[in-house]
Write a protein that binds this ligand. Structure first.
Ligand SMILES: *Cc1c(COP(=O)(O)O)cnc(C)c1O
Length: 362
């Protein structure tokens, strides 16, 4: 059996006709930068998430940079975030000269532990970036309450959680500013790099729009130091097709997760824990194993692809050594890094494939 981890080929084949036509339409018009499709996509994303403003951009990473800049984060500020995630959020904090301050995670949800946030707050703290890891929001209500009390801005990094629901709201509409990524392997992916910033404040939206085109407020008049971070029109046209079918894709991912639960429930591994008030889009299906080396061998033996998200916590990454963190500073993040393993996850996995994968796990 040949199992595909993210199966981008089938994802294309399913909507190939519509996607090819959309690309051809852009080529025919040649409005490659900030073309009509970009604004149409932004309106459709707005409807989907129910946020007042959406600014598409060149990647999930540039979305974070734009969000932090718009929030006024600068040199010597401190921003609280999780040590267990992809590097982008902490990296963009540091790129702006601010200091990423890590807080340990919850051992079951792997998300930032809100109860540990207050003790990390100092007079320099300006913001919290909470990452909605593996496809669903973290305990955002508690984080928003803490932020309100200490007058901090909250940014949700929703790169993996676009489309998920927290209580009755969509991810990317839970905090004053939120970001997502349309990297091909994310739940809603384009055919290259892409991202978006979401907010409800008109002034912040205006600032982000300007920062996205070199801080321009009028043509060739630059009010701020910004970057070139536009989403190109071809990507927007592809995303418009994929967004239309996205609810069905989410349902399929959830079904795959339910099948994993069914076939993995009596194995000696820890399955993902998701609270009842949260619906995940399962960007990853990540399990914990106390014998991960052995599990990796078994999966390799059966030719089953897998991935480790993430092998090294951020506080121990070489690029952050200047922050002075030590091994042992965040026990839970460190332990999870040693035990976590992501199984294949995509809307096209069949029950037989899931049975086969489960059969390789003891
Ligand atoms: C993928 C990802 C990003 C970065 O997105 P890009 O589009 O690759 O720049 C940021 N944060 C998280 C949690 C991610 O998974």
């Amino acid at each position: 059996m040949k199992i595909d981890f993210a199966n981008l080929t089938l994802a294309h084949n399913e909507y190939a006709e519509e996607i090819n036509a959309a690309i051809q339409k852009v080529i025919h018009k040649s409005d490659f930068i900030m073309g009509e499709e970009v604004e149409l996509l932004e309106n459709e994303l707005k409807n989907f998430v129910q946020s007042k403003h959406v600014i598409t951009c060149s990647s999930g990473t540039s979305a974070l940079l734009l969000a932090l800049k718009a929030a006024g984060i600068k040199n010597n500020d401190e921003v609280i975030t999780t040590p267990f995630s992809f590097v982008a959020a902490a990296e963009m904090i540091a790129l702006l000269g601010a200091k990423p301050v890590f807080v340990d995670i919850d051992p079951f949800t792997y998300q930032i532990n809100p109860s540990l946030v207050p003790s990390a707050i100092t007079h320099k703290t300006k913001a919290i970036i909470c990452v909605s890891l593996f496809g669903h929001a973290c305990e955002i209500d508690t984080i928003n309450e803490i932020a309100k009390k200490y007058n901090l801005i909250v940014i949700e990094d929703g790169a993996q959680s676009f489309g998920s629901i927290y209580k009755d709201k969509k991810s990317c509409n839970l905090t004053p500013i939120a970001t997502t990524s349309f990297f091909p392997a994310k739940p809603l992916g384009c055919y290259g790099d892409g991202g978006a910033v979401f907010c409800n404040d008109e002034n912040i939206a205006k600032k982000i729009k300007s920062l996205r085109v070199h801080g321009q407020t009028k043509r060739y008049e630059h009010s701020f130091i910004g970057i070139g971070a536009r989403l190109d029109t071809i990507q927007a046209s592809i995303l418009r097709v994929k967004l239309k079918h996205y609810p069905i894709q989410i349902d399929k991912r959830v079904k795959v997760a339910r099948l994993y639960e069914k076939y993995l429930k009596n194995k000696s591994i820890q399955l993902p824990t998701i609270a009842d008030h949260i619906q995940s889009v399962y960007a990853q299906y990540s399990i914990l194993s106390t014998h991960r080396d052995l599990l990796e061998q078994k999966l390799k033996h059966k030719n089953i692809p897998y991935s480790i998200h993430y092998p090294l916590p951020l506080h121990l990454q070489p690029c952050f050594s200047y922050l002075g963190y030590q091994k042992g500073d965040f026990h839970i993040a460190e332990k999870i890094c040693q035990q976590i393993l992501s199984l294949p996850m995509n809307p096209y996995l069949t029950e037989d494939e899931i049975k086969y994968i489960a059969g390789a796990i003891t």
